[in-house]
Design a protein around this ligand. Structure first.
Ligand code: PLP
Length: 346
């Protein structure tokens, strides 16, 4: 079988969440399960976290909330970062989703289409991505507070750099905008949780750290990817490997072809960079990453392995990201649909 196996360790995910919940102090830790649980399966991830005690989940768009609602049952709270878009009313209502309203327009829409449904508010504290600007917020604040939002939140732009002055600036802006309001407040994702108590408020929103990524350096890996070897050959001096002949042998090299490529989320920018592992032995990636195949150097091995490890204890999503010039988030959310997925601890 040439199908790669993606093992998802839900026990590790649960332990990471518990650690981030503990690091959140007296704040309640929610769980961000947008983008299909960062590519690892929203149903399995949310189900396990609900069992672990998570009561509050966050998704990006309303449609994602449908699957999460099925997974976590009727009692958990599900927030939608994208707020209330045109056409969302039925899906919000039918699935008990709480839109985080991020503009005056969304506030109006929510009032006219579902005035009886709960909502939250998203404020912009400086990232200029989503949320009400201070002036817009001042205009509607009294009307909003009279209806009792479930949660008032904002998001940090530079929380992966604790020393960045932007963090203190956004903290102050968020405090100013929420002074004197009695709704629960939320500012921090994984990075903010790790910056300490000032950033915690009432609810935290861990994402990447639960899935084993930085900036939570203490995270246990959650994704383990094993890729079968399809074929191996000896390549002589001067011969090349892969599209475009970008790798040429300077010595006789044992080359194995493994059965995954950029269609599976192994980013093509990783061509000629980084490695896979066979046990403890690193095997360099040779030449371009193809759609379904990659060449690797197995000269150091005394045998042709049946499979190699791309993600695991020796190589995390952040290591791979550094070769591909990206971040662990993108590696996780790119993991392909072609893998055989196995869940540990489901
Ligand atoms: C994605 C996201 C999170 C989670 O962030 P991590 O860095 O993955 O912990 C939290 N809040 C908002 C608004 C987000 O978009």
């Amino acid at each position: 079988m040439a199908r790669s196996v993606l093992k998802i360790d839900l026990d590790a995910l649960a332990a990471n969440w518990r650690d981030l919940a503990a690091a959140s102090g007296s704040a309640e830790a929610g769980a961000v399960v947008k983008a299909d649980g960062y590519g690892l399966g929203a149903t399995q991830v949310a189900t396990r976290l609900a069992r672990e005690g998570a009561k509050r989940f966050f998704v990006a768009i309303a449609e994602e909330g449908v699957e999460v609602r099925k997974a976590v049952g009727p009692d958990a709270t599900i927030h939608v970062f994208g707020g209330h878009m045109a056409g969302d009313a039925a899906v919000l209502r039918d699935n008990g989703l709480i839109p985080m309203l991020n503009s005056g327009e969304q506030w109006q829409r929510h009032q006219s289409e579902c005035p009886d449904l709960p909502f939250g508010i998203q404020l912009d504290s400086g990232m200029n991505r989503l949320g009400l600007e201070p002036e817009d917020w001042a205009d509607i604040r009294d009307a909003v507070m009279a209806k009792g939002p479930e949660l008032v939140m904002s998001h940090l732009a530079c929380a992966d750099e604790p020393d960045n002055a932007m963090n203190a600036q956004q903290l102050e802006a968020f405090r100013d905008m929420t002074a004197g309001i009695d709704a629960p407040k939320s500012l921090s994702a994984t990075g903010g949780i790790l910056m300490g108590g000032d950033f915690h408020f009432d609810v935290t929103r861990p994402g990447i750290g639960m899935y084993g990524g930085e900036p939570f350096t203490g995270a246990r890996p959650v994704a383990y990817l094993n890729i079968p070897v399809i074929q191996a050959r000896t390549v002589g001096i001067g011969e090349s490997v892969g599209y475009g002949n970008t790798w040429v042998a300077h010595k006789e090299t044992r080359v194995a072809t493994i059965a995954a490529g950029y269609a599976d989320g192994i980013i093509r920018a990783q061509s000629g960079k980084g490695q896979v592992f066979v046990g403890e032995t690193p095997c360099d990636i040779l030449g371009r990453v193809s759609m379904d195949l990659i060449g690797i150097d197995i000269s150091e091995l005394d045998h042709t392995p049946e499979s190699v490890t791309f993600l695991g204890l020796r190589q995390t999503v952040d290591t791979v990201a550094s070769y591909a010039g990206t971040i662990g988030y993108e590696i996780l959310t790119s993991l392909g649909a072609r893998y055989q997925r196995e869940y540990l601890g489901a």
